[in-house]
Design a protein around this ligand. Sequence first.
Ligand code: PLP
Ligand code: COI
Length: 360
Amino acid sequence: MNAFSTLTHSAPTSAEDRAALLAEPGFGKVFTDHMVTIRYTEGQGWHDATLGPRGPIALDPAAAVLHYAQEIFEGLKAYRLPDGGIGSFRPDANARRFNQSARRLAMPEIPEELFVESIRQIVQADAGWTPSADKGSLYLRPFMFADEAFLGVRPAKSYIFCVIASPVGGYFKGGKEAVTLWVSHDYVRAVPGGTGSAKCGGNYAASLLPQAHGIAEGCDQVLFLDAVERRYIEELGGMNIMFVMTDGSIITPPLDGSILPGITRDSLIALAGEAGYRIREERYSFEQWEEDTRSGALKEAFACGTAAVITPIGEVRSNKGGFVIGNGAGGDVARMLKEKLVGIQYGRVEDSHGWLERLA
Ligand code: PLP
Ligand code: COI
């Protein structure tokens, strides 16, 4: 494929307007000036890589994505480094997971270098949109969808890959210290053999109704249990989960095909192991969680993911009752791990794993 072509933006946001938007970005509401677009056509492969002004995408009403949901995405962040440069965290791992998702959805894979280069292109073009380290980060959203106009049910023959960017602060409203979970006993997110380990939009569509029930109950996120026995904890609507035990171990559900293999999860397994914790990638039931919380065998639980970073879980509710974890405000292990992880991401702590990729 040829190099990226660049379309000049005729009216980029003024520095003054951008500063106002960056003051309180929230999550996913403010967007930068540019986007990357790359097309795929069967027989031709990837072509027409473009960095251009962000704008609407024209689609035929029969485009396959609108009917059969052939769509996948990724989420990663770019961070302002102490020397003013910009880095991102393990973008190669996002590229690999993107291609795993592509395989599951019968979509074409994108070369990892092209995926990472597309991130570099948008981050460099929109460098001024990356918040200062104390304010947040630049959330990057690569995605791909089927644009072939065809109503037969089969993998499409043409696709569009895009990257958009959004300056963000914390994911949870009001920068909460700890969140409350709603455990869904009525709905599941994923089934064995399904698409749970792929990052496809359909999984998120399926989580919206139980998430809305959780919000109506005053909760922040929904927690899903396994689809077969409805006992074992899987993950939240948009993040993985970890449990800190009093005996110095940390439990997290195994990658059994129905949860998303989080890059934050993987990184924390490494960092917690180095800090002396025994990592147990094991099935853990909801009843056991409640019992361990009441007996004192469990001292902390937290959510982890790109958007959530590490967010302590303070309280758990469901239509069968609820319980509070510790003092409801999070604990030392989550704080220590967050400091290590975020320190590496912002280039403040030595990166012995080579996770930080300099982009600008
Ligand atoms: N699980 C789900 C369902 C997610 O949407 C995410 C976020 O991407 C994660 C877990 C955490 O993955 P990562 O740490 O790679 O962001
Ligand atoms: C991410 O953390 O990148 C996600 O995709 C989760 C979503 C809830 C924003």
